[in-house]
Design a protein around this ligand. Structure first.
Ligand SMILES: *Cc1c(COP(=O)(O)O)cnc(C)c1O
Ligand SMILES: [Zn+2]
Length: 411
């Protein structure tokens, strides 16, 4: 694979040749998360704005030249990516922006942006000859791993914390995963999965560890750029848990910059819940991360010990972006707002970026003339309980027109 030059450790910067079995840096250990290093001149010979114009693959695989996979049999996958980028018609005015776009990644096959990483993981596992793939997850990585693996005929062993929303657990069971619901928090779930993966030798889809995961997630940035005709917005806002997604967003724009396909990397806004915001806290104290409790209803970003901190912090720093935290009330408010003004239904973590942009505009961090893209990272149907918390109960009526009229409910 000439397109891929090798791995580079995000801590010690040591480079390693590209090989299948390297998950983290041998000298730095588990914290030594690796970057994939590309040979951009090789990529340029097969990938450009011109080749994309003639590529009718409307999925994330249209960017396969920028992924560390051989890329055979991709046509058989579920349709991942190429999700709509809507120009906001009403929400922008409500929050005081001239130009706002909404990237609805809840429309991926299993309902979240995680499908982008799971697709690459499954492709890689098949390429390497594994028959079982495993991960721990707050929910979406799990269900997307299980769904994409089911489609491609791989078995899955999935670890979720017991508080995972029932909708996501239902997906896992429907996709035939071997589900282990761990009586503990996400950190303990992660540790158990790590031990099991070592013991039984499954392919490891853990996003904090496996360097190819960001390379799938970065396709959301590639799409935003292409859908905006290579002029991405001034800001891109994304919710952050482990930090793999925001790291991927940066990597995607970075690749495009190196290929000369965009002129600048958008400022990246990392958004967390005040109930669990280790990155926002770290930013305030100069960068050092400290484990925090996981007190937020946005389960997908309830990550007290982020597994991909270096790529996440680099994304905000190198892009000149910012970190911001919003309360769970603001998240529920954003859920209603996005639904009512644009018809987009996101889960709590899915709308957290929208809540963050609203707060950033109100606080003067984002100016009203600056253009913004928010990514809605997951579908609201996955977590109906919290949607009802945001939206309230419906009006209940006797099956009688007189009663309906007397209620004054309809005018
Ligand atoms: C996983 C997830 C995130 C955050 O991604 P990280 O890589 O953990 O930072 C945000 N929103 C949703 C819906 C997710 O599933
Ligand atoms: Zn290292």
């Amino acid at each position: 694979m000439k397109r891929v030059a090798g791995y580079r450790c995000t801590i010690c910067k040591k480079e390693y040749p590209f090989g299948p079995e390297l998950m983290t840096c041998p000298s730095c250990g588990e914290k030594g998360i690796l970057d994939i290093v590309y040979d951009y001149s090789e990529i340029k010979s097969v990938f450009s704005k011109e080749t994309l114009k003639h590529d009718h693959d409307n999925s994330m695989w249209r960017y396969r030249a920028l992924m560390p996979i051989k890329g055979e049999g991709l046509g058989d996958f579920l349709r991942i990516g190429w999700t709509p980028l809507y120009r906001s018609l009403r929400l922008c005015h409500q929050i005081g922006l001239d130009t706002l776009y909404i990237k609805d990644d809840g429309l991926n096959p299993t309902g979240s942006l995680k499908d982008r990483a799971s697709g690459v993981a499954v492709a890689k596992a098949i390429e390497l000859g594994y028959d079982t793939i495993s991960c721990s997850s707050t929910g979406n990585a799990a269900s997307s791993c299980a769904g994409n693996a089911a489609r491609m005929g791989l078995k899955t062993v999935i670890f979720v914390p017991e508080r995972a929303p029932i909708g996501k657990v239902a997906q896992l069971l429907i996709f035939g995963a071997n589900v282990v619901s761990v009586k503990g928090d996400y950190r303990q779930t992660f540790e158990l999965s790590k031990a099991a993966i070592e013991k039984w030798g499954f392919y490891n889809r853990n996003a904090g560890i496996n360097p190819v995961m960001t390379e799938g997630k970065k396709t959301v940035a590639l799409e935003i750029a292409e859908q905006l005709n290579w002029n991405p917005t001034d800001w891109v806002a994304i919710s952050v848990g482990d930090g793999c997604t925001i790291g991927g967003v940066y990597n995607g724009f970075y690749d495009l910059l190196r290929l000369g396909m965009i002129e600048r990397i958008p400022k990246i806004l990392g958004v967390q819940s005040t109930g669990c915001c280790p990155f926002v806290d770290a930013d305030a104290r100069g960068g050092e991360l400290v484990p925090t409790p996981e007190n937020t209803l946005a389960d997908s970003i309830a990550v007290g010990v982020p597994r991909n901190p270096i790529k996440a912090q680099r994304a905000v720093k190198e892009s000149g972006g910012a970190w911001i935290a919003v309360s769970d009330e603001e998240i529920l408010d954003a859920m209603r707002l996005l639904g009512r003004t644009e018809g987009v239904f996101g889960e709590p973590a899915g709308v957290t970026a929208t809540a963050g942009v609203k707060a950033a505009v109100a606080g003067g961090l984002i100016q009203s003339h600056e253009s913004v893209t928010v990514v809605s990272t997951g579908s609201g149907l996955k977590d109906v309980k919290n949607a009802m918390l945001a939206a309230g109960e419906p009006f209940k009526c006797e099956p009688d027109i007189a009663a309906l009229e007397a209620s004054g409910r309809i005018r």
